[in-house]
Design a protein around this ligand. Structure first.
Ligand SMILES: [Zn+2]
Length: 144
């Protein structure tokens, strides 16, 4: 569901950005730099850790669809119109941080349902055949 836009580039040993490449490191490349602007990182830290090294127990990274987050924060007029046509009401909006958390933590099934609800061109309605066929589930679509 969620796309993970990534920027990948190379630098020489002095940190100078090297020109674009065609899938291979350019001549003179020393460092590869990968940036993930649409990724939520969750870190677990042991507060009782007393040893040497890092108290970090685990780190998890999940991507999210930037377009879905934008629609959840500040939908465009066409998205608002689609929301009303599809559901008879506007979808709720959220602050940016809440929208990122909701979009990133959604499984494929509820991410697609959210996209449809928010008036995007992709996704499907909750309860539809595609929604029923989707094998994923999470706390958002299957509350415990
Ligand atoms: Zn779900």
């Amino acid at each position: 569901m969620a796309s993970r836009p990534m920027r990948l580039y190379y630098e020489d040993e002095n940190g100078n950005h090297l020109p674009d490449h065609d899938g291979e490191p350019p001549a003179g490349a020393r460092y590869q730099v990968a940036q993930f602007p649409a990724q939520l990182t969750t870190t677990y830290v042991d507060l009782d850790y007393r040893g040497a090294g890092s108290p970090v127990i685990a780190r998890a990274e999940v991507g999210y669809a930037p377009g879905l987050v934008l629609a959840m924060v500040r939908p465009t007029l066409p998205e608002r119109i689609k929301q009303i046509i599809r559901f008879g009401s506007k979808a709720p909006t959220y602050d940016y941080e809440t929208a990122v958390l909701r979009a990133a933590l959604a499984c494929e099934r509820c991410g697609n349902a959210m996209a449809y609800r928010y008036g995007l061109s992709w996704g499907y309605r909750e309860g539809s055949e595609a929604w029923t066929r989707c094998p994923t589930s999470c706390q958002l679509c299957r509350p415990q």
